[in-house]
Design a protein around this ligand. Structure first.
Ligand SMILES: Cc1cc2nc3c(=O)[nH]c(=O)nc-3n(C[C@H](O)[C@H](O)[C@H](O)COP(=O)(O)O)c2cc1C
Length: 252
């Protein structure tokens, strides 16, 4: 059966409609609470600010590297907001306000990592138990699921009990498509996991310098971790870091 050719007017109308929807999509991407690149999914109005990060310390980088260990026991003391904010900043905070470059390097400065915090009870002073997403641009947290979900996260991480023992867990996810657009499959296979490693080491060293304890957890069920976070399927959980006060160590 021969298809009827659309009239010139119909073709023009279709072109205009297509162009408009593209434009609207871009504007929504740029300013709206939801992004189509696998990033923010939560409304931007539920925001918790974090204290400004400090850029001075009595602990040298050499000391932190030398004493860094994977630590799996944590005191019962909840973290305070500045401790949580500081480790998030070290992992992925904005350190160059001009270019918006971050604490950890990123291939093409495309920043494919998303950091979540699963806060337990008692977890972090002044913050209800639940899931939060770190927003590096404002050094703040967006609130997601509420309630103590650490037991769920522990189950998703092959029942590694210290995931539930720590006052909070930081989960690093990768949004591959932010990087594969420029670098193809090399972005997914290498660059995004490499970047999680950079962020993770910064997190380790910052925890060490603050007298905190953490461990990089890579053994888990991706889908179950994603479910705990309610993260979109475009995000790949790469690392879980339980964080808490180191047992037997007081503040520096
Ligand atoms: C990619 C990666 C995955 C890891 N996964 C786990 C894990 O699932 N559970 C755990 O207890 N430790 C995990 N670790 C921590 C290692 O066990 C730890 O780094 C190693 O024993 C060396 O000890 P150190 O970090 O104190 O030097 C992981 C480390 C890396 C680098």
């Amino acid at each position: 059966m021969a298809l009827e050719r659309p009239s010139r007017r119909t073709t023009l109308a279709l072109l205009v409609a297509g162009g408009l929807s593209l434009l609207v999509g871009r504007v929504v991407d740029a300013f709206g609470p939801f992004r189509s690149d696998g990033g923010e999914r939560w409304p931007a109005d539920d925001t918790v600010s974090l204290p400004a990060p400090r850029d001075q310390s009595n602990v040298s980088v050499e000391d932190a590297i030398d004493s860094r260990r994977s630590r799996r026991t944590y005191s019962d003391r909840p973290l305070d907001r500045s401790e949580l904010g500081q480790v998030l900043w070290a992992a992925q905070g904005v350190t160059d306000q001009v270019d918006d470059h971050r604490a950890a390097p990123s291939a093409g400065a495309l920043y494919p990592l998303e950091l979540y915090v699963v806060i337990g009870s008692p977890g972090v002073e002044g913050l209800d138990p639940g899931v939060y997403r770190y927003r590096p641009e404002g050094h703040e947290l967006g609130q997601g699921r509420t309630g103590d979900l650490q037991a769920e996260l522990r189950a998703a991480t092959l029942d590694q009990e210290f995931v539930d023992d720590a006052p909070a867990d930081i989960v690093i996810c990768g949004v591959d498509e932010r990087t594969t657009g420029k670098y193809g499959d090399r972005g997914r296979q290498r660059f995004v996991p490499m970047e999680a490693g950079h962020a993770g080491e910064n997190l380790y060293l910052q925890a060490e310098a603050l007298g905190l304890a953490t461990v990089s957890v890579g053994a888990f069920d991706d889908d179950r971790v994603r479910e705990v976070l309610e993260a979109p399927s475009t995000q790949r959980p790469l690392y879980v870091f339980p964080v808490g006060e180191r047992v037997g160590v007081t503040d520096e």
